[in-house]
Write a protein that binds this ligand. Structure first.
Ligand code: HEM
Length: 196
């Protein structure tokens, strides 16, 4: 943060309020940068997880079943995909919690929004469990892979559902919380507008 240089533009009261406004502006900028970075950290892993699973369901697994892909090739693919899955799940969880915190601090959450986010998070936790099992190497993972196409269908539907909910809460946003000071300023501004 660029150090504050007092401008000496009059009595300390003006200088003081100028400092407060300057510090608030810097805090806002830091918050906006964090919000942007955590939005990227949420969107990119969701692209990897959703896109990767749809690719597995619609091309890789049917092709491997059709040509009888060897176990070595399947294992080599599974090993690499499992690493991407774990990283994406971790980033989605961390950025999801931060996104929720940002919303809770800056927005008035209503019942509909909370219900939709709750459904989204529950679906996401089920997806995280299933995608970890299907890409895992345990005996249970092998049992799940016996019905791989079925579980990939379930995963694709759940993930598309999650993205649809995320899109809905973006398009029908909830109202922002307005700070009392800001509210007072809005009242003064509208009064000044009305009397001009
Ligand atoms: C498979 C897992 C997930 C996928 C595919 C996913 C996908 C998305 C997408 C595409 C967005 C919209 C991003 C934007 O336009 O800014 C979003 C927003 C969000 N996600 Fe997720 N997400 C997942 C898991 C989670 C989890 C586990 C949490 C919470 C712990 C979470 C919490 C949120 C929140 C709070 C938002 C912001 C909603 C808003 O704008 O009001 N997500 N998610």
């Amino acid at each position: 943060m660029v150090p504050f240089r007092p401008l000496n533009i009059g009595p300390p009261s003006i200088c003081g309020s100028y400092r407060i406004r300057y510090e608030r502006k810097c805090k806002m900028e830091v918050q906006q940068i964090l919000a942007l970075v955590f939005r990227w950290i949420h969107i990119i892993p969701s692209m990897i997880l959703v896109g990767g699973t749809i690719f597995l369901r619609c091309s890789l697994v049917p092709a491997a079943n059709e040509v009888g892909g060897s176990d070595e090739v399947r294992e080599a693919i599974r090993r690499r995909w499992a690493k991407l899955v774990m990283l994406s799940v971790l980033l989605l969880l961390v950025s999801g919690v931060y996104n929720f915190h940002l919303k809770a601090v800056n927005y008035k959450m209503d019942g509909t929004y909370l219900a939709l986010i709750a459904i989204k998070v529950l679906l996401a936790l089920a997806v995280f469990y299933l995608v970890a099992v299907v890409s895992g190497r345990s005996s249970m993972a092998r049992r799940f892979r016996e019905k791989e196409i079925f579980w990939l269908n379930v995963l694709c539907l759940a993930m598309i559902g999650i993205v649809c909910i995320a899109g809905y809460v973006k398009v029908f946003p909830i109202p922002e919380k307005v700070e009392p000071v800001e509210q007072a300023r809005l009242v003064v501004d509208s009064y000044e507008d009305a009397t001009q």
